[in-house]
Design a protein around this ligand. Structure first.
Ligand code: 6GU
Length: 239
């Protein structure tokens, strides 16, 4: 997979050299490039923003540098990912979809956002996905791009060694993860639940599913989970 990131703060993307994306790069599974938007300006001050038409607070990113950057960096067939608090919510499902694509280009906006015509024009030749991390406001798209890239890269086929650790984790089945424990069995007066020491794999699996269902019902009543999970375990009471 190739990923390009365009930002006026390319140093913000330095963590991509580390950790999972860094490993994927070393393995040759990821070809990652970060670009400074100001390289695509032509005035002395490398201006990337201007006042909004119609008035209002803040500044808007000018279309010309973005147009030139995307002409140079995003060939036909790439997916343009635009992190913005007004995007559609980013999800594990979207991460999985993006992980199957050959080329992602991230356009990191700052200020009040990017002139809408940049996205409208890009959409004539690219698939454009405006995505939000959640209902809060960041100063720019860079931190969101880091999160999206990490979620996507770890799903690239052939990346993680253990396929089970992807299947078993939070959200893969629409439920939150059950609580986990390791040694010692007793610590500061808190004991590991007895069932986990029992060696009874059937009871352990049922306990974990029940814990996942309870957590999901309590913390994330908005999450859909398959009706079969509850019915099979006769846990309808927690709904
Ligand atoms: Cl994707 N971008 C910005 N700037 N703020 C956000 C966000 C994205 N998601 C939540 N807040």
């Amino acid at each position: 997979m190739r990923i390009d990131v365009v930002s006026i703060f390319p140093d913000y993307l330095a963590p991509l050299e580390l950790s999972l994306p860094g490993k994927a790069r070393e393995n040759g599974l990821l070809d990652l490039h970060v670009h400074d938007l100001r390289r695509f300006t032509h005035d002395k001050h490398h201006t990337v923003d201007d006042t909004p038409y119609g008035g209002g607070a803040g500044m808007v990113m000018k279309p010309e540098p973005w147009g030139e950057a995307l002409d140079a960096i995003a060939p036909d067939g790439a997916v343009l990912v635009v992190p913005t608090p007004s995007g559609t919510p980013f999800s594990q499902e979207l991460a999985a979809e993006l992980s199957t694509r050959d080329h992602l280009v991230f356009a990191c906006g700052r200020y009040e956002g990017i002139d809408q015509r940049v996205l409208d024009e890009a959409a004539t030749r690219l698939e454009v996905r405006e995505v939000s991390l959640g209902d809060y406001v960041l100063n720019g798209g860079e931190v969101a791009a880091l999160a999206v890239i990490e979620a996507v890269v770890r799903l690239i086929p052939g990346f993680m060694g253990n396929a089970e650790s992807l299947v078993e984790e939070s959200h893969a089945d629409g439920l939150l993860e059950y609580p986990v424990y390791t040694k010692p069995a007793s610590w500061r007066g808190h004991d590991v639940p007895e069932v986990l020491l029992s060696g009874d794999h059937g009871r352990i699996a049922a306990w974990r599913t029940e814990q996942s269902v309870r957590r999901t019902a309590q913390r994330r009543p908005d999450l859909q989970h398959p009706a079969g999970v509850l019915d099979d375990l006769e846990l309808r009471a927690v709904r």
